[in-house]
Design a protein around this ligand. Structure first.
Ligand SMILES: *Cc1c(COP(=O)(O)O)cnc(C)c1O
Length: 393
């Protein structure tokens, strides 16, 4: 069984490119070029250099001693929270901006929900001196003022999506409309392992640096490259895809995926796609998707903005369907508790998304000799107000 994308852009039955005719030339150009461009030695050298000197990679693989004692197993944290801009998203935006430059693009567009991907995109556009337009729902612009300010400081234009629920999916529609109208000079940077082929595979490859590093770091620390488990939270699934990538075909490595159960899987306020989703099409790919019986996308909910997405990337839908990954759904309350526990035990304030991955330690029992690697996808600075409100600090 292969867990990688096939030549047609599918993972099992999931993936593909379900796009309007008008978008075909843009996506087709990318599909024909992305493997060729990213395989060029010059591209690789520039990508690696920027990851090292600009992002600050390799990110440490930190043995969390006190957390390990508490759960009586060996826990390592992959510290994506220490990257420039505070999360793993920058790995992907650096890769895509370099692809855009090779394709001769002058203008970058992106969509953003909470603003994290918008900030990561605005950052690399400033770095490369390219024009940057970020589409964001009007409601999200009001809710996420600090990230809007960051994008503006970095030189980006933030355009409000005024239609529909005025949130992420409406921003995505606006970005797609822009791309249709500007097919020649514009590249659309998608922020997770989602979208039409080749995006899920391209984003996964850029993020796969995470598991590439885990392998040699674990060899140094434990004398073996493969952990017993890798754990990551899933919004669209990019930090998870990067964390799993080099272990997908190593059967002794258990893969654990963690979704947001919000106020409870069956509360009507969740983003537990593997439990509630049905096959459908979102953002140009076939995947698991939360939807009403007549196929309308359900509004997702999670306390963490990064997990508040009604689908999962096609790779993860395949991992769920084949049983290669074990899926857990973690509620807001349990995630917040796990986040606070990491603060007290290790002196690390995690992003609430990452706190969902940490909460699995309460749901699954590991053996004392197990080596468990958890992706700490981001830092919690952006979430301070949510922590304050939740715990009444
Ligand atoms: C955006 C984000 C996520 C969710 O995105 P994925 O593509 O699923 O990785 C998770 N953690 C943090 C810190 C984020 O900013």
């Amino acid at each position: 069984m292969s867990y990688n994308v096939d030549e047609k852009g599918y993972y099992g039955q999931f993936g593909g490119a379900y796009i309007p005719e008008m978008l075909y030339p843009n996506v087709e150009e990318l599909r024909q070029q992305y493997l060729k461009i990213t395989a060029e030695p010059e591209f690789k050298a520039e990508f690696d250099q920027l990851l090292k000197d600009y992002v600050g990679r390799p990110s440490p693989l930190y043995f969390a001693k006190r957390l390990s004692e508490k759960y009586n197993t060996k826990i390592y944290l992959k510290r994506e929270d220490l990257n420039h801009t505070g999360a793993h998203k920058i790995n992907n935006t650096i890769g895509q901006i370099l692809v855009a430059k090779k394709l001769g693009k002058k203008r970058i567009i992106a969509e953003t929900g909470a603003g994290q991907h918008g900030v990561a995109t605005a950052t690399v556009c400033a770095l490369m001196g390219l024009e940057c337009i970020v589409y964001m729902g009007e409601i999200d612009i009001q809710r996420q003022a600090p990230n809007v300010a960051r994008m503006k400081m970095l030189g980006a234009t933030v355009r409000a999506a005024l239609s529909g629920s005025r949130t992420l999916k409406d921003a995505t529609n606006e970005a797609i409309r822009d791309w249709i109208n500007n097919p020649v000079d514009t590249h659309y940077i998608i922020g997770s392992a989602i979208g039409p082929h080749p995006y899920p595979d391209m984003v996964t490859r850029f993020q796969s640096v995470i598991s590439e590093e885990i392998k040699w770091q674990l060899k140094e620390k434990e004398g073996r490259e493969n952990p017993d488990y890798v754990i990551a939270c899933i919004g669209g699934g990019s930090n998870a895809a990067g964390t799993y990538y080099h272990f997908l075909h190593e059967p002794e490595v258990g893969i654990i995926a963690v979704e947001a159960a919000g106020k409870g899987i069956h509360s009507g306020h969740s983003a537990a796609t593997s439990k509630l989703g049905k096959v459908g099409i979102i953002h140009g790919c076939k995947t698991l998707l939360m939807q009403t019986p007549d196929g309308q996308i359900t509004e997702p909910y999670s306390i963490s903005a990064g997990l508040d997405y009604p689908g999962v990337g096609p790779m993860h839908a395949h991992l769920a369907e084949t049983g290669r990954a074990e899926f857990f759904s973690v509620t807001d309350d349990d995630a917040m508790k796990a986040g606070l526990e990491l603060c007290k035990l290790e002196g690390i304030i995690p992003a609430i998304e990452s706190s969902h991955a940490l909460a699995v330690l309460n749901d699954k029992k590991f053996k004392p000799e197990d080596v468990v690697v958890i992706s700490l996808s981001g830092r919690g600075d952006k979430d301070l107000n949510t922590y304050i409100d939740h715990f009444n600090f």
